[in-house]
Design a protein around this ligand. Structure first.
Ligand SMILES: Cc1cc2nc3c(=O)[nH]c(=O)nc-3n(C[C@H](O)[C@H](O)[C@H](O)COP(=O)(O)OP(=O)(O)OC[C@H]3O[C@@H](n4cnc5c(N)ncnc54)[C@H](O)[C@@H]3O)c2cc1C
Length: 479
């Protein structure tokens, strides 16, 4: 449902109405900010250029990729293979239609919930592309050529990002695609080259590999996902290679060519990788170029991102806030929602305490990884004396029941005061399990929490106890 504020006018007679808060973009940061401001009794307008609300998160990013992953794990029987062997399949001959059916149901449901939240909280939303006319007015152009002008007391720029698409990559929407297009492919390829081993590239590479697609992952740098503890990455890489994925690090792409419908990735080394499909996933750029930011005195960096005050999310123009991927790191739906809420609270006089120091990072690859706090490399570079504890999921009774033969948890503790410094998990349930570590970390808890408390049995969370006892025994040997 699109609610248009005011009567529709022809282009030469723009209608103008005023709102306390105008939010541009309906992704996680925009929608959370809009609802927060509405709950504070403010009049709120959300402008969204997409046909439906939800942003990149709902339509091309977080939710589609996670739905695809869940469908693949279910239809392939991936989680049961520990018991029934690598050849086990729930459904033979999985097609793109099988994946799309569940995707569309999930997205429809997400959009329904969002529209209902907007309606319940009296948030008005209009479909159209917004651009600033000056620091207090925007012009919104609808798909049908209608133009409206809205005046705002405060603004939030929540326009997110779009895939980085270099001119020399022959994108065609079916055999050479970006990360927005891959969720709508009409047919599954038998081979896939993924260029870029960032979070998005790694997630899709491993999801397609779980579908028995022959995957090559190409990354120009010698390492990848450097913010994750290196021991975890080693374990992860071992699992990927073990199932036949080709991984080429330190491989710069010289050019991408088409040959009889196949994508040929030519590396600087001279090596050629031929595949039915190529996913180009080498970063994203801020979707700020159409906002006419000069008219309100704002500038962006070379990737189209805005700079803000990290405590308040105000730009250099104090009544204009920015949040979400348009401000850069960490570029997560989870953190974007919090940024939007903090910005709205600040805008309407309810300053929030700064966000806790540590937030979790979830990588929904197959297997999944999650991490919170400091990695062993960060602890070392800060010169903190520490000890680690490790638990393997196959050592837990729950792991036996589930047939897990991979997966590990690593915990890091300070030697002087036993404080928990970091938790790093690869394997089944990692993105859920990490929150126990996050709570203890942000509440400044120690090793003793895990030693003294009883955990449900049999659970994967028992790994916390096992890893903590491992660290405790090592620390005992040091004294
Ligand atoms: C493939 C993929 C997987 C991801 N997986 C995860 C994950 O598992 N967990 C996680 O936390 N994060 C994940 N992310 C990141 C997450 O999607 C983003 O961090 C989040 O969507 C950013 O939210 P945002 O508020 O910046 O708005 P976005 O979701 O980026 O939406 C911005 C909206 O603004 C609209 N817009 C842009 N310009 C205008 C304009 N001029 N006028 C009107 N509207 C405009 C766009 O149409 C869009 O709807 C993933 C991203 C991708 C691409």
């Amino acid at each position: 449902m699109t609610i248009i504020a005011g009567p529709l006018r022809p282009v030469h007679m723009p209608y103008m109405s005023t709102y306390d808060f105008i939010v541009i973009g309906s992704g996680p940061s925009g929608r959370r900010a809009a609802i927060q401001a509405a709950k504070l009794g403010r009049s709120v307008l959300v402008v969204e250029k997409g046909r439906r609300v939800g942003g990149v998160s709902v339509h091309t990013g977080t939710i589609p990729s996670k739905t695809l992953r869940e469908t693949v794990l279910n239809l392939t029987g991936w989680r049961e293979r520990g018991f029934y062997g690598r050849a086990y399949r729930v459904k033979k001959d999985i097609r793109a239609d099988d994946l799309m059916a569940r995707l569309h149901m999930t997205l429809d449901h997400e959009v329904d919930v969002l529209e209902h939240q907007f309606a319940r909280n009296a948030v008005t939303w209009v479909q159209g592309t917004a651009r600033f006319l000056d620091a207090h007015r925007i012009e919104v152009s609808g798909a049908d050529g209608e133009v409206h002008i809205y005046e705002g007391v405060r603004f939030l720029i929540a326009v997110g990002t779009r895939p980085f698409r270099p001119a020399d990559v022959p994108f065609n929407g079916h055999s050479v695609v970006d990360s927005d297009e891959i969720v709508e492919i009409p047919r599954l390829p038998r081979s896939l080259t993924v260029v870029g081993a960032g979070v998005i590239g790694v997630e899709y590479a491993t999801i397609f590999s779980a579908l028995d697609v022959q995957v090559s992952l190409v990354e120009p740098r010698a390492t990848f996902l450097d913010f994750i503890d290196h021991e975890l990455i080693e374990d992860f890489l071992h699992q990927l290679r073990d199932r036949g994925m080709t991984i080429r690090f330190g491989s710069k792409v010289e050019r991408i060519e088409m040959d009889e419908g196949h994508a040929v990735t030519v590396l600087e080394s001279g090596r050629r990788l031929r595949s039915e499909m190529l996913l180009y996933a080498a970063g994203r750029v801020g979707a700020t170029d159409s906002l006419n930011l000069e008219s309100c005195g704002l500038t962006v960096d070379n990737r189209g991102r805005l700079s803000i005050d990290p405590k308040t999310f105000q730009t250099e123009v104090p009544h204009i806030y920015a949040a979400g991927d348009a401000i850069g790191f960490p570029s997560l739906a989870s953190t974007s929602m919090e940024q939007g809420r903090i910005a709205a609270c600040h805008a309407f006089g309810i300053p929030m305490p700064p966000a806790p120091e540590f937030f979790p990072y979830g990588i929904y690859s197959v297997p999944e990884m999650s991490t919170v706090g400091l990695s062993e490399q960060q602890v070392q570079s800060r010169g903190i004396a520490y000890e680690c504890g490790i638990a393997r999921f196959r050592e837990t009774s729950r792991g036996h029941i589930m047939g897990l033969n991979a997966g590990m948890m690593k915990m890091i503790f300070a030697l002087d005061d036993r404080r928990l410094l970091g938790v790093h998990i690869v394997g089944e349930g990692a993105t859920e399990l990490v929150h126990i570590g996050q709570a203890v970390l942000n509440l400044k808890g120690t090793l003793d929490y895990f030693i003294e408390n009883t955990f449900n049995y049999p659970t994967l969370a028992e790994a916390y106890k096992i890893a903590a006892l491992d660290a405790w025994n090592r620390m005992a040997r040091l004294t």
